[in-house]
Design a protein around this ligand. Structure first.
Ligand code: SF4
Length: 302
């Protein structure tokens, strides 16, 4: 049974060595419409549990073999916070990881639990999902176990942000006609404004999903990025980004990057060649600064 995988280069978090905390089967408290894994009965605990020693032994071997890693990514066939020894595991990883950062990719369902908040606060980068802030839409897209409530999750995220010193990323995955309506985006914006994550990863389906659902277009993602206001948003969609590059004057570039930090990929997609050269000059002059959040570079006007 392979517990570590990679390293794989990730645009979102750099060179990542994955650790699977549910290697035997899918064990998740969500059954998302867009999941890349086959649908499975939701659960609030793991039945099949991999021992910590087994994980650490394999991780030690992988770390000896693979240098130049950015992150050790705790993930799972399902939800990694269901792993019952997560707290102890993080302590053990901290002893062997050296300079490599730890990252967890969680659906956020357990974040209102103080013990989980304390455990996750020991991780360098925490990525939690927030697909929909409306209760009805949340149940429709994430199909959560039992009475898991989106208001509790949002509240947990707000509380977590207060105690967390690392880099906090919220991932939003948008599905056509499910969580992309005006009301959904308004509720999402209100929740994100309260949570104040360091970065938001905004994406849509780009791998075959568990259920018959469709992605939204790149243009719509960009529109929603604008609707969400002045937040550092990283559009993660891998679908071809066919938008027409435009000319921006120096003042327009400064104003655009004052309104909202943009990633280099956004800039390359939006600005034509002349504007990109102006942009580079502004960076050289220090009028535009680079801010790296969990390995993704954002540019903003001073
Ligand atoms: S939280 Fe992740 S693993 Fe669980 S159903 Fe959703 S996408 Fe799949």
């Amino acid at each position: 049974m392979k517990l570590t995988f990679g390293p794989v280069p990730s645009r979102r978090f750099g060179m990542s060595l994955g650790v699977d905390l549910s290697p035997y089967q899918k064990q998740c408290n969500f059954d998302c419409l867009y999941c890349e894994l086959a649908p499975a009965q939701t659960t609030d605990h793991q039945d099949k549990i991999v021992p910590i020693d087994t994980i650490i032994t394999e991780l030690k071997t992988s770390l000896l073999k693979h240098k130049n890693l950015d992150v050790i990514t705790l993930t799972a066939n399902g939800e990694p916070t269901l792993y019952p020894y997560l707290d102890e595991l993080i302590d053990e990883i901290d002893k062997i990881k050296g300079d490599v950062k730890t990252l967890i990719l969680s659906n956020g369902a357990n974040i209102n639990d103080k013990n989980i908040q304390n455990t996750l606060s020991k991780i360098d980068i925490v990525k939690l999902s927030l697909d929909c802030a409306n209760p009805k839409g949340f149940r429709k897209i994430d199909r959560a176990f039992g009475d898991i409530d989106i208001a509790d999750i949002i509240n947990g995220m707000v509380e977590f942000k207060k105690i967390y010193k690392g880099e906090f990323v919220i991932e939003v995955l948008l599905v056509k006609d499910v969580n992309d309506k005006i009301d959904d985006i308004k509720a999402l914006k209100a929740a994100l404004d309260k949570i104040k994550p360091d970065r938001i990863d905004l994406g849509t389906i780009d791998r075959p999903p568990a259920y018959d659902v469709m992605p939204i277009s790149y243009e719509k993602l960009r529109q929603i990025q604008n609707d969400l206001g002045k937040l550092p948003i990283n559009i993660t969609a891998r679908t071809s980004q066919k938008i027409k590059q435009q000319f921006f004057t120096k003042d327009e570039i400064i104003q655009t990057l004052k309104m909202r930090p943009l990633t280099l990929l956004d800039i390359e997609n939006l600005f034509d060649e002349t504007s990109q050269n102006i942009f580079k000059e502004l960076v050289k002059k220090g009028l535009i600064i680079k801010n790296t959040i969990a390995s993704v570079e954002f540019y903003e006007s001073k």
